[in-house]
Design a protein around this ligand. Structure first.
Ligand code: ADP
Length: 467
């Protein structure tokens, strides 16, 4: 329950971090998009103004004769032009003006100034509140009395004799430009929270995806610990019971004492095997220390084990044989102790799960770059639905039978871990009631052989002495 809470909290934290990082990234993207749109729009505006002003400038300049004087032909070119001092402008310069004849000419307005900066004429949609202060800077952004913005360009005009005539200013209101940017801002501002809600949902789901393998492996470790504790408790409880019953006896003769000691030794042996197996599995899991590698001749290992388990096979009434399909010895590079353990686990299983008069055969072959070892038996077989589970730690198809043979359910898990450490593979074919075949493939190592210790004969001796 507590762990579930921990996982939920971690998931929430992970989702929040995802969402936060995404929010920052999206906000930056949104800001970038806004800046790009506004910049492009501003550039288009400038180009438009430049082209209108350029066209006007070029066509007017051809007609100009006297500096500061507008020829009547120009007044014809701009029909809505209003010249200062004529009836269309009642008051001059800084005073309040009424534009009578300024008719709509798109959103543009045109102003003419003489060389001294005095207004000569205006045309187009002239904004009322715009100050008439002259400024000859090329590009200007102005603000009128009502707070509206305008953008304008100033160009120098020359007469036909190339004397300075004055200036032409072409400008336009920025109202539509600003309202467009406000619309973009609104879209981004409203879109971002909606996107963030979607990102939040996605983050919650992604956090689950990220947590799932960790949670699964955590549950496996929990299960493994529970199973290991359960397996350790059985011999410990048996030892405890034996000791307690011995203590309750008032007197013990030698036979009884020996009996009790043998029981204790058996349970102790079981505990030792279990702990050794668990340690081996942990070592194989961690792979922190590189395992010692030797050239191992599989033919010799198998023959050795066949000899080793001959007595066990006879006792079980099972015929144990080997069959070698290749003429040259099968040498692989690996850990001899572990390979002994691997094959002995499989051969012992085959003998134990085969009924008397049955057969167990160990076949050796090669296939491309692999040594292929098959352990076939005519035993009880494994139900199809159990095959995927038999490599799980502590898993036993029939726990009662397995326990009676002293099995803890770790044999195949250890075998699989050893095969993985040797970069090999294991495959099981089994028919319930007819028998099983375990096929192991181990790669021949391609490293130069002198980089590996060749101590194989001593290994066999070592193994025999210690097992
Ligand atoms: P155990 O120590 O119980 O033998 P293993 O991990 O070696 O544990 O095997 C797991 C289970 O797989 C066994 O309990 C047994 O039911 C099944 N099994 C393994 N090898 C064979 C086989 N050759 N024939 C039938 N069943 C097998």
């Amino acid at each position: 329950m507590n762990q579930n809470k921990l996982f939920q909290q971690t998931r929430l934290r992970l989702a929040l971090w995802y969402a936060l990082v995404m929010a920052v990234i999206l906000s930056l993207c949104g800001f970038g998009i806004y800046r790009a749109i506004s910049h492009t729009h501003w550039m288009t505006l400038d180009r438009e103004l430049e082209s209108v002003a350029g066209t006007l400038h070029d066509s007017i300049e051809l007609k100009l004769q006297q500096p500061g004087e507008l020829e009547p032909v120009i007044q014809k070119l701009l029909p809505n032009i209003c010249v200062v001092g004529t009836s269309c402008i009642q008051e001059q310069l800084s005073s309040k003006r009424h534009i009578l004849s300024a008719i709509n000419q798109g959103n543009y307005y045109v102003r003419f100034f003489d060389n001294y900066g005095r207004l000569i004429a205006i045309a187009g949609t002239y904004p009322e509140g715009l100050p008439l202060v002259f400024n000859k800077e090329l590009w200007q952004t102005l603000k009128d009395s009502k707070g509206h913005f305008y953008h304008q360009i100033s160009l120098v005009l020359h007469t036909q004799e190339n004397r300075d005539w004055g200036y032409i200013q072409v400008g336009r209101s920025l109202a539509d430009f600003n309202s467009y940017l406000v619309a973009v801002k609104l879209t981004l501002g409203l879109g971002l929270p909606i996107i963030m809600i979607l990102v939040g949902v996605a983050s919650w789901w992604l956090a689950l995806l990220a947590m799932q393998p960790i949670y699964r492996s955590y549950r496996q470790i929990q299960q493994f610990t529970a199973d290991a504790a359960h397996e350790l408790r059985t011999p410990l409880a048996a030892t405890q019971a034996t000791v307690e019953s011995a203590l309750m006896m008032s007197q013990l003769d030698e036979i009884e004492t020996r009996d009790i000691l043998q029981t204790l030794q058996r349970q102790n042996q079981r505990l030792t095997t279990l702990v050794t197996d668990l340690l081996l599995l942990t070592r194989l899991d961690r792979q922190s220390v590189p395992m010692q590698q030797d050239i191992c001749c599989l033919d010799d290992i198998v023959n050795d084990l066949i000899e080793e388990f001959a007595a066990l096979a006879i006792a079980a009434g099972v015929t144990l044989t080997s069959s070698v399909q290749v003429s040259t010895p099968l040498n692989v590079i690996g850990n001899a102790d572990q390979l002994y353990r691997l094959f002995s686990n499989l051969i012992i299983n085959a003998i134990q799960y085969t009924l008397p008069t049955g057969k167990v055969t160990v076949c050796l072959d090669r296939c491309n770059h692999y040594a292929v070892i098959q352990i076939q038996d005519t035993g009880i077989g494994i139900p199809q639905q159990e095959i995927t589970r038999i490599f799980d730690r502590f898993y036993r198809v029939n726990s009662h039978r397995s326990r009676s043979t002293g099995g803890s359910g770790l044999g195949l898990a250890i075998a699989q871990a050893i095969i993985q450490a040797h970069h090999g593979s294991i495959d099981v074919q089994s028919e319930f009631g007819k028998g099983s075949t375990f096929t192991i493939k181990l790669p021949f190592d391609i490293r130069p052989l002198d980089s590996v210790r060749s101590i194989y004969p001593f290994k066999i001796l070592y193994y025999r002495l210690h097992h």
